[in-house]
Structures are given as structure tokens and as C-alpha cells.
Design a binder for this molecule. Sequence first.
Ligand SMILES: [Zn+2]
Length: 413
Amino acid sequence: MSQTQNTPSQQPDQSAETRQIQRIALYGFLLNLGLAGMKGILAKVSGSLAVAAGAIDSATDSVASAAIYGGLRLSTLKTSRFPLGLYKIENLISVFVAFFIFFAGYEIVRQVLFGAGDHPHISLSIIVFLLLSIVLIWLFGRYCLKLGRRTESPTLLAEGKHRQVDVFSSLIVLGAVILNYFGFQFQFLNLDIDQMAAILVLVFIAKSGWELLTDGMRVLLDASVDAKTLDRVREIIESEPLVKEVVSLVGRNAGRFRFIQTHIVLRTDDLQKAHRISDRIEEHILEKIPHVERVIIHYEPDTSKYRRIALPLIDSDGQLSGHFGEAPYFAVVEQHLDEKNISKQEILENPYQHLDRGKGIRVAEWLVQKKVDRVLVQEDLKHKGPGYVFSNAGVDVRKVSANSLSEALEEAI
Ligand SMILES: [Zn+2]
């Protein structure tokens, strides 16, 4: 079945939102890359190991932002043309870069332990540039958090929180640089202030480098969401009574985040209702499954050629029962919509006939589960529990006066 045909597809505001999140990930990449370059120059000029560690920190973050950007870009692509190979290359690069970061970190540790031990030369302009970088990161982080809360995007929230951590690690570097500028000296375990700050910042680098490595490795091993999680998503979708069929369901991992895409058939022609249901399903998935960045739901009305009809019976011979909940048997027949002939017929025992209370509602829920489209009854179900269950599920209830199954089917055509 084609994805676009007959499919109201995702809402336009949603894809605009996805593009906006994507753009911010791109800005994060550019900002961190710029800062890495600037701090790299400052480190070279000053000879400060703390500033060098800060430069590696920003470089690590720019790679992480690039990986997030790649993952987000994938979320807007169609399933059939999903370039899994390309995506794996992106992650291979992150893993490679993670190793490079660990190597750079190791170099700093070596410098701290066995370096010449020269004191850095700090000028006022270095302090000004570092201060500027902290302000930029702080503003960017606040922007990510604000937009993340509004769009409920886990990617943006994580990005914003990370920028807050970056502000903290940058403040450590700035503190060391300022103390050096004023000629303040302090030794601890044979380490001076600059070396201590460098070691502290390395802890932050190790954390983001480790995340880059494990996220990248996970995608390299398997980019699809695990079967258990997909089963939970399917359960959530199927628990919506108007869902007739889940045609397809796929999930992808992008770093820590998950993208879910599904194609469902709804038992309604009402577009507004279908839209509301799709929204509700999305909400439930986001609420119950962690780290889901985006849910894309394609829905279409039921266009099958058959209608499933249920009737309460007194016996298995096809005698209609006047009571809905108490009927010992139910017939479920499949009728062709055009030719009106019966293609399939099942007689089922009513599993709830002996309940003391609420059997009508239980029976109605059971029939909804059996994917029934229409119910024929002699009793009036309007304003009664089962009637509400059926109307919620889009099941059509018709009152008939006939006494046998075949007459009832004739009557209700
Ligand atoms: Zn960072």
C-alpha cells in the first residue's frame, strides 16, 4: 500500500517543528565548532592546559551535535528510502572521533604529568574571549531548554542540559585563567592551578566522549528499536478502540533517541476524529516510552471490502437472543460489502454470560477486540454502557426485529 495515497499523513505544524529542532542541532554543531577553534588558538597563544582541555571539550560537543543533527534529519525521511548504510557511516565517524578525543585527553594528562611545567601566559583578551564563549553557550543552552520544554523534544532538553554543564566546565577554565592572570599561585599534589583545572575539565570530556562512543556503537550494532519496545508501542496503538489494523510499525535509534513511524487503519471516515485519535496515540507513546523524539503516524480510513457483523444468539443454530449481555452465544459473520454474501461465520460462546454485573460492557469490549464493525440487536442499546463502548469504538449498532440470524442480516442491509 502506498504511504501517501489516501493518507492524511503527519500534520504540517509537526514537520515544521522537526525542522526547527533540526536547525537548532545544526547551530549547536556550528557554535561548538567555532568555540573549539577559538579556544584552540587561545590555548596555543597562552600555553594553558586548562584552555586546551576546554578546546577539546567544545570539539567533542561539536561532534555530538553533528551526530544528533544526522539522527534528526533521518526522522524526516520516508521509511522506504531510509539510508541505513549512510547512517551507520555517520556513527562510525562518531566512534572514530570518540577514540581521537580519548587520545587528545591522554595527551593533556601526559602534559600535566610530564610536561615542561611552564606557567601559562594569560592576557586580558584571553579572559574576554573565554567570558564571551561562556555567555554564548549559556544563552544557547537557555534557548534549547525553553524550546525543548515547549516542543517536549528530549533531544533539545538534553542539548540544553549539556550546555549548562558546559557553562560549568568553562567557568572552571575561566577561574584558573583569572587566578593566573593575577599571579595567584597554589600547589596541590604537585599540580598548579592550570593543571588542576585541566584535569577537572578532562572529567567532563571523558563523560561526553564515553556517550559519543556508546551511542555510536549501539547504532552500529543495531539501528532499529528493539522488539520488546516495539511490542509495547503496538500495544499502545492497538488499545485505541478505533484502530482497526496496524499496517506497519518501525522504530529507529538515533543516538539515545528513538523515532517511531506507523501506518494504521482507523474505523472512521471522520477526518477530525481520525486526527484526534492520531494525536492521542502519539501522546500515549511519548508518555509511556522513554527517549522518543518523534512519532509519525500515517492514518487512513477503513476501505476493506468486508464488514464484520456480530449478533447475540440463544443457541448455536442461529436463533437471535433478545438480550445482549446475557446471550449465551454470539455469531460473528463477515459480509462482502458489494455482493452481500457471507464469506465467513463463527459462533462464539459468550465468555461473560455468567458475570453478576457489567456483563454488557464486558461483552461490548470483547466484540470491539474481535474487530467487529456492526452489531445487530433486538434490544435498544442507546444510553446504556455497551452502547457507549460501541460508539466510542466507531462500531455501528442497528436494532432489528427479526428472530433468526439470516433474517436479521437481510433486514439490516
Ligand atoms: Zn560538553
